[in-house]
Design a protein around this ligand. Structure first.
Ligand SMILES: [Zn+2]
Length: 575
């Protein structure tokens, strides 16, 4: 390979115009040069690889150019410009404070500063990573910074502005460099690709840009690496394979599974992801980010927050149109909780699978819209006044049974199990921005004879707790659930809602998978068929209680035959 130059160097910007993603800042610098208002010290702050040093070099070249262009750029032709471009100019000197941070290094620099330039007007001193200077070196520097000779200009660059002493800050003009947007990076990579005769899929460049996290230098070196690996044909698949990025196809497919309440599909996809060697914690945060992207895709005003390629943005828009906004809030809440619980969990894989099951539950027909209304009111007594509460019809909390569609089939086929909720029921309560911490389960879904007259005896909180404990006594062999029930007594909300707060998703699932048996028992014990169950997770300062996972699994299997099936199909084993 003769004379191979890495793209980060070859495509280093040589004019202000060619600096990517810092338009406002480069314009300000150009204006200052134009107006002849040069400061003696500048501080360039910002993340790595966003163009601080490049801008400093362009700045140094431009103020020394003998024939600047009409647009205020260096001509790149005069003797001074050529010397800069060939890196032999004496008018620029760079000091990397990360490796030269002693007092002696600074003294050397200060000695040079006295000598005026031979050609051009200014000598520019760039001190990179200036926050790394020792305190003694800082102090040695301060004097020069206070009274520099007319020909000297200092450009200090740092990634950590907060570490710069106030005495230095106050003597500098401060310029804050922004992270370069993914779209800007991808566009520049496309330009480089076209110059190098490299074929690159826009999707692939977008992933590289995301991975580079706002830094052009990193983006270009990843670009080089993949270009050489793929012999100049950069595809999406090559990029995700090389960068070990989880294909976001998985997130789209998983979300389809959630929307279809398809638990086996979700668990199988997760198994596939694990088999590919991806870290579950990364997967959880990737999934959170996917829900976040769906959420911002739902509203035109937040679309700018979506930093993906155009094609992917269309897919987000399409999937978002099929997601209920409240489902997205709940989904984000669930992934967030899973993320928090992950570190302390004894059985991490199981925790993630529980989350996937709960995500599927969000779209199960057991949660019809008009039924969840009283529950939402019951668990959110302290809603701010901005809530469009008045828009809701007066909720007949006292007799919610009158409107319950008990004909709802238990297992709807997945094709229809996620349909937009009927407008007549839903339109009354657009709860934007309200987190949904509770999961409400329809008590009636197992009822064999929907037309049967329902019992509706009133009962007290004490009676409810008593019935709850009585049920617990019937399941003493299921230790985990038994303990959970004993330590979390319910409270009566409204006239028929059995509300229980627990501390973890595991406890919540234990109760939820047993809901049918539990509710049947409560209905009979209290002679009231309208009783409904509602759970939420309390934020607690106490240490997270972990149960033996074998107990939890056996408890879940006992109450939900689907879990037995899932365990068999996936050949799951407890870790
Ligand atoms: Zn010039």
């Amino acid at each position: 390979m003769e004379n191979y130059i890495v793209s980060a160097r070859k495509y280093r910007p040589s004019t202000f115009q060619s600096v990517v993603g810092q338009k406002a800042l480069t314009q300000t610098l150009k204006n200052a040069i134009d107006a002849g208002k040069l400061a003696h010290a500048y501080l360039f702050c910002g993340p790595r690889g966003v163009g601080k040093t490049s801008c400093a070099r362009i700045f140094a070249k431009t103020i020394n150019c003998l024939h600047p262009t009409a647009s205020g750029e260096a001509c790149n032709e005069c003797e001074s410009c050529r010397a800069f471009n060939e890196q032999r100019s004496y008018n620029i000197s760079e000091l990397d404070a990360a490796s030269n941070n002693s007092v002696d290094d600074i003294r050397q620099l200060v000695d040079q500063v006295r000598i005026p330039p031979q050609i051009g007007k200014y000598k520019v001193y760039i001190v990179d990573e200036v926050h790394m200077l020792s305190t003694a070196a800082f102090n040695a520097f301060l004097k020069t910074l206070e009274e520099p000779p007319h020909h000297a200009i200092f450009i200090l660059a740092t990634t950590e502005k907060h570490k710069i002493l106030p005495t230095i800050l106050s003597r500098c003009q401060v310029y804050d460099f922004q992270r370069i947007t993914i779209a800007d990076i991808a566009e520049h990579l496309q330009y480089v690709a076209s110059q190098e005769d490299i074929v690159a899929e826009p999707e692939a460049l977008s992933i590289i840009a995301q991975k580079a996290d706002g830094g052009m230098r990193d983006a270009l070196s990843i670009f080089d690496q993949i270009a050489s690996f793929t012999a100049g044909n950069i595809t999406y698949n090559a990029v995700i394979e090389n960068l070990n990025v989880l294909d976001y196809e998985y997130y789209f497919r998983l979300t389809d599974a959630f929307l279809g309440a398809n638990v086996p599909a979700a668990l199988l996809l997760y198994k596939e992801i694990c088999d590919k060697g991806f870290e579950s914690q990364h997967f959880i945060s990737g999934l959170s980010n996917h829900f976040r992207n769906l959420l911002v895709s739902k509203d035109v005003s937040t679309l700018t927050l979506l930093e993906v390629s155009e094609q992917t943005a269309r897919r987000y828009g399409d999937q978002a149109s099929r997601c209920d906004i409240r489902m997205l809030y709940k989904a984000m809440d669930l992934t967030n909780r899973c993320d928090l619980d992950y570190r302390v969990s004894n059985n991490k894989r199981f925790l993630v699978e529980l989350m996937l099951i709960q995500l599927c539950q969000l779209s199960m027909p057991s949660e019809p819209a008009q039924q969840s209304q009283p529950a939402l009111q019951a668990v959110q007594p302290a809603q701010p006044a901005t809530q469009p509460r008045q828009a809701q019809p007066a909720q007949p909390v006292a007799q919610p049974h009158q409107a319950q569609p008990t004909v709802q089939p238990k297992q709807a086929p997945s094709a229809q199990s996620y349909v937009p909720r009927p407008v007549t029921q839903q339109a009354s309560a657009p709860r934007h921005g309200v987190p949904m911490p509770s999961i409400r389960i329809n008590a009636q879904k197992e009822e064999p004879a929907p037309e049967k007259e329902k019992r509706n005896e009133p009962f007290t909180n004490e009676q409810l707790v008593e019935a709850w404990l009585n049920y617990a006594e019937t399941i003493t062999n299921e230790v985990a659930l038994y303990n959970t029930m004993l330590s979390h007594k319910p409270t009566l909300k409204g006239v028929n809602i059995c509300h229980v707060s627990v501390e973890s998703t595991i406890q919540q699932s234990l109760i939820l998978v047993s809901r049918d048996g539990l509710l049947n028992f409560l209905h009979n014990e209290l002679k009231n068929d309208t009783i409904d169950l509602e759970t939420d997770i309390k934020v607690s300062n106490e240490r997270h209680i972990s149960y033996d996972t074998t107990e939890i699994l056996s408890a879940m299997k006992e109450d939900n035959p689907n879990i037995v099936k899932a365990v068999e199909v996936l050949q799951l084993e407890l870790e």
